[in-house]
Design a protein around this ligand. Structure first.
Ligand code: HEM
Length: 166
């Protein structure tokens, strides 16, 4: 198990697509630019939704309205992040897959996607779900604070990959 990851990254680095990315100078900067633009979209959507849940922004609109407007941006940008991230991994497998900071980032991402699904799911049947009772409003706030902390952690870990020893 301990040796299978380096063996996998070595194999991935020798595939034609990886070799093509490694030898074409503009690909990594271009894909990173796409990754950063998608980060801007995801973070903007996340902050607008969660600050509204906490009552700190867009208070003229119901939480349900804000969530309906920006949730598609959140999921759409996440798809772009996953695809661009995959290309970055294929281009530099060891740098990412064997990096503890990258692994931490992926773990936080799995948790935050689960929390986002918990938040988004009831809204499909009842757009006012999180505003219906004081207890639900409290739960929504807890979800929002936890999610925001994780998103900030993900951005931090993403940037830190470049400086993390192993
Ligand atoms: C499945 C989803 C994702 C994958 C596979 C992925 C993968 C990667 C990879 C491989 C890098 C390059 C790191 C390096 O070589 O220095 C990177 C950079 C980065 N990622 Fe992601 N990522 C994903 C989602 C996200 C999300 C959701 C965020 C934040 C909202 C994020 C934020 C960042 C940041 C801030 C960087 C550094 C960009 C730079 O310095 O140019 N990533 N990501």
């Amino acid at each position: 198990m301990g040796e299978s990851l380096p063996a996998f990254t070595e194999w991935l680095a020798s595939t034609p697509l990886s070799l093509h990315i490694q030898t074409t100078a503009w690909v990594i900067p271009a894909v990173q630019t796409l990754h950063i633009l998608a980060i801007a979209a995801v973070v903007a959507a996340v902050f607008l939704i969660h600050l509204r849940v906490m009552g700190l922004a867009l208070r003229s609109q119901a939480t349900a309205t804000v969530a309906r407007r920006f949730m598609p941006w959140l999921w759409g940008a996440l798809v772009v992040l996953a695809l661009s991230g995959l290309l970055l991994i294929i281009g530099e497998p060891a740098r990412s897959l064997e990096n503890g900071m990258f692994q931490g980032k992926m773990l936080m991402l799995v948790v935050v996607v689960a929390l986002t699904a918990v938040f988004a799911r009831p809204l499909r049947n009842d757009p006012a779900y999180w505003e219906a009772t004081p207890a639900r409003r409290m739960n929504a706030r807890g979800l929002a604070i936890g999610s925001l902390a994780l998103w900030v952690g993900i951005v931090f870990a993403g940037r830190w990959i470049a400086y993390w020893g192993g």
